[in-house]
Write a protein of this length. Structure first.
Length: 323
C-alpha cells in the first residue's frame, strides 16, 4: 500500500441525484426566457354579470320523425321568381235600380166624341119644324133616369114666356152640340094620358117648384161628396143619341178661387140620395182628384172623369187574409 490518505469518492445523496436533471432543465428554460422580448400584459376585462335564466320546464322530446324516403333524383333548383300580385277582377257596375212604379191614377177618364152628344142647356126645341123654345133644365129620379125636360116657351117679344115640363120620352136628340135642335114629338095634348101631358112650371125661386117627389132638377144643382162637402155646380148635361145622359159639366171652385175651372164627370159616377122631399147628387171626388181632372172646354176633346177604383191588394196579402 502506498502511503497517504485514501481518496474517498464523493457521492450525492440519491434524491439529489434524481432531481438534478430536472433542475438543470428548468434553469436552461428560464435562461431562454431572459433573452426574449417582454410581452405586453393582457388587457384587463371587467367582469359582466350575466343573468341566469330560471330553468324552464322540461321540453317534451319530439317524437322521432319517420325516416324520409330517399329521393330518386335531386331535381335541379329553379331560379326564384317573385309571384306577381293577383289582379283584382274588374268589378262590374251595379245594375241601375228598377224604375219606380207609376203612381196609381187618381181618376179614370172616358173620351166622348163631341159629334156624338148634344148639349142640353139653351138648345133649341122644335116642334113641327118650328122653334117653340129652348131647353133650360131636366129632372132625374133616384136611379139617375131622366124623367122630364123643362122648356122655356117663347112668347111674343118676350111677353108670355113660360116654363113647361114635358115627359123626357117625347124628345129626340140629334148629336152635334147646340147647333142641332132638340125635336119634340108630341101629338095633341088631348091625345096624351094625363101623366104625360105638359105641365106649367111656376115662376118661383124655389129649385123644387113643380118637381114631383123623388125627382131633382139637374141644372144649377150642387154636387156633393158623401160627407156633405161641395164638389161643384152642374152647368150643363151632355145627352147621347139614345137620349141617355152621358156626362155632366161641373163648375168646380168658388167664385174667387184662382183654380176655378169646369170638368166633365161621367153620369154613371153620380149617385142620387134622398134629401128632404127631393134628392141630392153625390160624386166621390176629393180635391186632389178634382185638380187631376182634365178641364172641359167647348173646343177641346171631351174627357169625362170618374173616381179611380181602389188598387187591388197583392196576391200574397190576399192569400194571407184567406188563411
Amino acid at each position: 500500500m502506498s502511503g497517504g490518505f485514501p481518496h474517498s469518492a464523493f457521492r450525492f445523496p440519491r434524491p439529489v441525484a434524481t432531481a438534478a436533471p430536472v433542475v438543470l432543465a428548468t434553469l436552461a428554460l428560464s435562461g431562454c426566457a431572459l433573452f426574449r422580448a417582454p410581452q405586453a400584459p393582457a388587457p384587463v376585462v371587467e367582469a359582466v354579470a350575466v343573468p341566469v335564466e330560471p330553468a324552464s320546464e322540461p321540453v317534451a322530446a319530439p317524437e322521432p320523425a319517420s325516416a324520409p324516403e330517399p329521393a330518386e333524383a335531386a331535381a335541379p333548383k329553379k331560379p326564384h321568381r317573385e309571384a306577381a300580385p293577383p289582379r283584382k277582377p274588374a268589378r262590374a257596375a251595379p245594375p241601375p235600380p228598377p224604375p219606380a212604379p207609376a203612381p196609381a191614377p187618381l181618376v179614370t177618364t172616358r173620351a166622348i166624341e163631341r159629334s156624338q152628344v148634344h148639349a142640353l142647356l139653351d138648345s133649341e126645341v122644335r116642334r113641327g119644324g118650328k122653334v117653340i123654345g129652348r131647353a133650360v133644365d131636366m129632372t132625374a129620379d133616384a136611379s139617375g133616369a131622366p124623367r122630364e125636360m123643362l122648356v122655356n116657351l117663347q112668347g111674343f117679344m118676350g111677353v108670355g114666356d113660360r116654363k113647361v115640363s114635358f115627359p123626357w120620352k117625347l124628345f129626340r136628340f140629334t148629336p152635334g152640340g147646340r147647333q142641332e135642335p132638340i125635336v119634340l114629338d108630341m101629338p095633341a095634348a088631348t091625345q096624351l094620358p094625363p101623366a104625360d101631358r105638359p105641365k106649367t112650371v111656376p115662376l118661383t125661386a124655389s129649385a123644387h117648384a113643380g118637381t114631383d117627389p123623388g125627382q131633382m132638377r139637374i141644372i144649377d144643382a150642387d154636387v156633393e161628396r158623401p160627407n156633405g162637402a161641395k164638389v161643384g155646380r152642374v152647368v150643363d148635361v151632355l145627352i147621347g143619341r139614345d137620349a141617355r145622359p152621358q156626362a155632366v159639366v161641373l163648375d168646380v171652385g168658388g167664385l174667387v178661387d184662382p183654380d176655378r175651372h169646369t170638368i166633365a164627370a161621367n153620369w154613371s159616377a153620380l149617385r142620387f140620395a134622398p134629401k128632404d122631399k127631393s134628392l141630392r147628387a153625390l160624386l166621390d171626388l176629393n180635391e186632389a182628384q178634382l185638380k187631376a181632372s182634365p178641364p172641359y172646354a167647348g173646343d177641346k176633346p171631351i174627357l169625362a172623369v170618374s173616381p179611380a177604383a181602389p188598387a187591388a191588394a197583392p196576391a200574397a196579402a190576399q192569400a194571407g187574409a184567406k188563411r
